[in-house]
Design a protein around this ligand. Structure first.
Ligand SMILES: NC(=O)c1ccc[n+]([C@@H]2O[C@H](COP(=O)([O-])OP(=O)(O)OC[C@H]3O[C@@H](n4cnc5c(N)ncnc54)[C@H](OP(=O)(O)O)[C@@H]3O)[C@@H](O)[C@H]2O)c1
Length: 306
């Protein structure tokens, strides 16, 4: 039985990963609080059993309110979309540092930070895109040198990534996406993060959270076609086209440049990390109590469910 009835606050609890974390915590009879800029959207997404505060995480007073009386914090914030990208530094860096600061003042110890899969400074430097990962690298360093009882979830991209490149039965991939990459079900991120925040033996640990296999885009498209018994075509878009679009639009909007960096990273995903995916996945199975959702299951769910 859950004796500590204080809530867990999930910053970013309405997001792609965040709402699964919230729902898995509710399944475990935990009380959950979420700060969202849109309380009606949050209520619609998360249901009646969540304590929803409306507000912006970049405002210190909202953070202080969110932290009142909580037993643990999950940070799962992202500004990686067209509307928020200009505020990335204030949301993903400054606000997170404020959360850490206020949490320390409020004497909250347990902290789970949802980050990128594996942040390699040398690779980002080599690809001339240090800016792409610098905020998460800085936050991770701060957390690792803090006194928090912390766990970092290095989240692989969601399976959704593969589906997002399909339009009219054609998967069009900038650069081709021929390097195998880890991907994961958002449900598994939710379950693992929810278990992590409740555990007392994962302090100072960082997990690469992935599904069972690394797949390239051509492999993913072949898998989808086989399972749904219908051909999904695969088309390569030269990466240079995205680069030109990024350069041309940069004076007006930085979003395409972030998209360019993301696809450049996918196309240069390190082979040694991809090779380790089955081992990383086994490590998760040995550490957490869950039944993973595979890419094949996700395809069936999405395309073949009545
Ligand atoms: N999605 C992926 O495939 C993927 C892959 C690898 C790593 N990750 C990591 O996982 C984490 C979460 O990503 P996600 O894709 O789940 O994010 P997401 O779907 O884009 O959701 C972003 C969340 O941040 C909240 N947010 C943004 N600005 C805010 C503000 N000013 N005040 C309050 N809340 C704000 C949003 O809340 P409201 O809109 O309700 O205010 C929303 O809940 C990030 O660290 C990301 O890098 C994600």
């Amino acid at each position: 039985m859950n004796v500590d009835q204080r809530p867990i606050v999930v910053f970013g609890g309405t997001g792609h990963y965040g709402c699964r974390i919230v729902s898995k915590l509710l399944d475990k009879q935990e009380k959950v609080r979420v700060l969202s800029r849109d309380s009606r959207k949050a209520r619609r997404l998360l249901g009646e059993n969540v304590d929803i505060l409306e507000g912006d995480v970049t405002r210190r007073e909202r953070i202080v309110q969110s932290l009142a009386g909580v037993k643990a914090i999950i940070i799962c914030l992202s500004a990686m979309n067209r509307k928020l990208i200009r505020k990335m530094k204030s949301i993903e860096r400054d606000a997170v540092l404020m959360i850490l600061d206020e949490a320390q003042k409020a004497r909250i110890d347990r902290l789970v930070y949802v980050s990128g899969y594996d942040l390699r400074e040398d690779l980002l430097r080599e690809l001339k895109m240090v800016k792409f990962g610098e905020i998460k690298l800085e936050i991770e360093k701060r957390i690792k040198s803090s006194r928090f009882d912390w766990t970092i979830i290095g989240a692989a991209p969601s399976f959704e990534l593969f589906f997002s490149f399909i339009n009219n039965d054609t998967m069009s991939v900038p650069g081709g996406g021929k390097n195998p990459i880890p991907t994961v079900s958002p449900e598994d991120i939710g379950e693992i993060t929810a278990q992590a925040v409740l555990r007392t033996d994962l302090s100072g640990r960082r997990f690469r959270v992935t599904g069972p296999e690394a797949l390239s885009f051509p492999e993913a498209v072949e898998r989808i076609s086989t399972i749904i018994n219908r051909e999904i075509k695969y088309r390569v878009i030269p990466l240079i086209i995205v680069k030109i679009a990024a350069v041309l639009t940069l004076p007006f909007h930085p979003f395409i440049r972030f998209i360019y960096w993301s696809v450049k990273l996918l196309n240069n995903f390190p082979a040694d990390l991809a090779t380790k995916v089955p081992e990383d996945h086994q490590h998760l199975l040995a550490t957490f109590d869950y039944t993973p959702i595979t890419f094949d299951m996700e395809i069936r769910n999405r395309f073949l469910k009545e």
